[in-house]
Design a protein around this ligand. Structure first.
Ligand SMILES: Cc1cc2nc3c(=O)[nH]c(=O)nc-3n(C[C@H](O)[C@H](O)[C@H](O)COP(=O)(O)OP(=O)(O)OC[C@H]3O[C@@H](n4cnc5c(N)ncnc54)[C@H](O)[C@@H]3O)c2cc1C
Length: 422
């Protein structure tokens, strides 16, 4: 029996791959019995914040990673593509339709049993079962305590969620639809002039934030800084970050001073999320301060921004390069708990672990993926880096002169006997 702990992005990918190959799987998902503080539904593969799976462009590292996942048969990515909604160059999904479909497919597989319970410890190796910890950045405290106790080493950092607003409460006479640098009308842009920007920034800096136990600014992941922290870091920081006015032109040909972008959050276009506005402002403060953006004067926030501690292990200390515990050959880790960062990266981690579990079950040695593929480079980095900080797909992980072309990835994997033998 294969036990997967966590029906998130990684856990759903593994469950599907292993069950499709004919093995019996128990998927242990604690929601809705135990809440994580970041998930809002009881559905599998819930996207906890943005509904964007980033760029589709293969010149972009995330785009290349997605292309590789597509070629080696990722189930979760396939469902994401089926539920795509307009989002310019990004793969943006209708989050509800996406997780509904994954939940339905996994529920309907005859050899998958979904058990709604919190796992707090993992039985000894002797049972003969394989266990996969795919419990994500919001792993329950009891399980995390067991992991810390068992493996001695652990780490954590903080991450943040941006607010979602009702589309019909946005004043579109003070906003306009346009994509940066290209045609299209997927984004709703809310400009601010200099004076409005100054007032907004002052209010943001002075607003009350929720205290978080153990909060340490140094632990904030640099790619997911709360908007108030960006505002504090310098007068123009927001104008070079989420409020950058570039790639958009005014009808009179002049440049905008600052622009807040909103991205569609569902296929019917009734919800929008405020791009880059992750925050730990108190909820009434979010209403007060974000309504200072002219087009958002009467906006209704339907999901407030929040901050949450993320947990991850350091695979370098805890696992081998296949994310199998060094001291327990029946225990794997997958997804963000291994130190990958991001939705697509978590799916990639799930697929990598699934392929290796299938190899082990077939009496074969697990394998690493080619270092010149995006997935291979990312897995290698996360598995082997001491003092790891969570890592997203980027070209810096690959030797630039040796970057695989997209077409080559499947062939590289089959050459290594990774895929065809499963
Ligand atoms: C607040 C926040 C915002 C984020 N925003 C983004 C973003 O905008 N874009 C992006 O690319 N990435 C984002 N991430 C990062 C990350 O990629 C996602 O969290 C991703 O969902 C991780 O996938 P996963 O499968 O590892 O974990 P998850 O998708 O979180 O799945 C883990 C599952 O395990 C369950 N679980 C936990 N403990 C137990 C237990 N003891 N027993 C049983 N079940 C358990 C949980 O309920 C959950 O369903 C964000 C993370 C956080 C925390």
């Amino acid at each position: 029996m294969i036990h997967i702990i966590g029906g998130g992005l990684a856990g759903s990918e593994i469950t599907y791959q292993v069950a499709k190959a004919g093995y019996n799987v128990i998927l242990h998902e604690m929601r809705p019995e135990v809440e994580t503080g970041v998930h809002k539904t009881d559905k599998l593969a819930e996207l906890v914040c943005s509904n964007s799976l980033k760029s589709k462009d293969t010149k972009n590292a995330s785009g290349l990673l997605k292309k590789e996942l597509e070629r080696i048969g990722s189930f979760v990515l396939e469902v994401a593509k089926r539920n795509a909604i307009p989002g310019g160059k990004a793969l943006v999904v209708d989050r509800e339709a996406f997780s509904n479909e994954i939940t339905q497919i996994l529920k309907s597989m005859p050899n998958v049993k979904i058990v709604r319970e919190e796992v707090t410890c993992i039985p000894s190796e002797n049972s003969g079962d394989i266990w996969v910890v795919a419990s994500g950045p919001a792993t329950s405290s009891k399980l995390y305590a067991w992991i810390s106790n068992e493996f001695g080493k652990s780490a954590h950092f903080f991450d943040a969620v941006a607010p979602i607003v009702e589309a019909n409460t946005i004043d579109t006479s003070k906003a306009f639809f346009a994509n940066r640098y290209e045609g299209g009308t997927d984004y709703l842009n809310c400009p601010l002039n200099r004076e409005e920007y100054i007032h907004f920034r002052e209010a943001l800096i002075g607003a009350e934030v929720l205290p978080i136990k153990g909060f340490d600014k140094k632990l904030l992941f640099s790619r997911c800084q709360p908007i108030e922290e960006i505002a504090k870091s310098g007068f123009d920081s927001m104008r070079f970050g989420p409020l950058r006015p570039v790639g958009l032109t005014r009808s009179d040909g002049k440049k905008f001073y600052a622009v807040v972008q909103l991205r569609r959050d569902n296929s019917i276009g009734t919800l929008y999320n405020i791009v880059g506005f992750q925050t730990r402002l108190k909820w009434p403060e979010q209403d007060r301060v974000f309504r200072m953006i002219p087009a958002l004067k009467n906006v209704k926030i339907v999901r407030y921004g929040v901050m949450h501690a993320n947990v991850y292990i350091e695979p370098y200390k805890v696992t081998d390069e296949f994310f199998r515990a060094k001291n327990r050959k029946n225990l794997f880790f997958a997804g963000q708990i291994t130190g990958v960062e991001g939705y697509v990266e978590s799916i990639a981690s799930g697929l990598y672990v699934a392929i290796n579990i299938l190899r082990v079950l077939n009496g074969k040695m697990p394998v690493t993926f080619p270092r010149k593929s995006m997935i291979g480079a990312l897995m290698d980095y996360v598995a082997r880096t001491p003092d790891l900080k969570p890592m997203y797909a980027n070209f810096g992980l690959i030797d630039k002169n040796n970057v695989a072309n997209v077409i080559g990835v499947k062939e590289m994997l089959s050459l290594q006997g990774v895929k065809n033998e499963n």
